[in-house]
Design a protein around this ligand. Structure first.
Ligand code: IPD
Ligand code: CA
Ligand code: CA
Length: 266
């Protein structure tokens, strides 16, 4: 379905400008603050989110914004069009100077992402998607891998910010996948992880206790690249559900089986 071109153009414009701000601030005082014991925020997260909110308010005054760092838009409750934004996904990497972070923006209409953009400025990689229209990396179409069995699969996951309290659960499942897959990675940016599944660089990804801004944009990139997404129990994914299993269609059932077996044994 064709959507107004200004929607995708705006998503791209915002994440590319976000990348410029992120790169310009490297090596400077990031004014790192703690939202929790291991959950960080920098002045760049705040500056980028402000830029996004100002851009959306100027271009689409009737649309709402749901983003990580500031309070919810009061218009959120009634809005049919909501821009879901993570100013820096991979803030811990960013704060430590590790070049694995991005910015991601999706426009959701009636709760479903319809256009999205994810930009990794360290590699100058722009992932975009339009519902029903495809997924692209720097303008070239992308698709998920064709790995057929877990032992041939490169998987990835993330650790939620409550991992100090839930380490047995999180690392237990990690171990279950390590013992079945070719390799398991933990890169530190859920949106990049998902885009790598979409591009066929990774074969599958799982994580729990995520927020809509971690999931919205990149989940559309995976779907439009031919991937499958679901909740941990295999039920229908939505961007507010807080968890995702994403993979190529061939191994999705195998990932769900590992999760189900682990739940029974733990
Ligand atoms: C985090 C990253 C990380 C994931 C965490 C997220 P943030 O987002 O995506 O990879 O494991 O669960 O919260 O805090 O860097 O925007
Ligand atoms: Ca995030
Ligand atoms: Ca963030």
């Amino acid at each position: 379905m064709a959507h107004p071109p200004i929607w995708l153009a705006t998503a791209i414009d915002v994440v590319v400008r976000a990348g410029a701000i992120q790169m310009a601030a490297r090596g400077q005082d990031l004014e790192i603050d703690k939202k929790g014991p291991i959950d960080l925020v920098t002045r760049v997260d705040l500056e980028v989110e402000r830029m996004c909110r100002d851009t959306i308010a100027a271009r689409f005054p009737t649309h709402a914004v749901l983003a990580e760092e500031f309070d919810d838009d009061p218009a959120m409750a009634d809005a049919s069009h909501v821009w879901v934004f993570d100013p820096v996904d991979g803030t811990v990497n960013y704060a430590h100077g590790l070049p694995m972070f991005c910015s991601c923006l999706a426009l959701e209409v009636e709760g479903r992402p319809v256009v999205s953009a994810v930009y990794d400025p360290s590699r100058r990689e722009l992932f975009t998607a339009e519902r029903g229209g495809g997924a692209w990396l720097n303008g070239a179409p992308i698709k998920v891998s064709d790995a057929a069995v877990l032992v041939d699969a490169m998987l990835c996951t993330g650790f939620p910010y409550d991992v100090h309290q839930t380490v047995d659960e999180v690392v237990g499942l990690f171990g279950a996948f390590v013992s079945r897959a070719r390799a398991v990675r933990r890169l530190g940016s859920a949106a990049i992880d998902l885009c790598y599944v979409a591009a066929g660089r990774l074969d599958g990804f799982w994580e729990q206790r995520l927020n809509p801004w971690d999931l919205s944009a990149a989940s559309l990139v995976v779907e439009e690249a031919g991937g499958r997404i679901s909740r941990f129990d295999g039920s229908r994914f939505d961007t507010r559900c807080g968890e995702i299993v994403a993979s190529n269609p061939q191994i999705h059932g195998q990932l769900l089986q590992v999760i189900a077996d682990h739940a029974v044994s733990s």
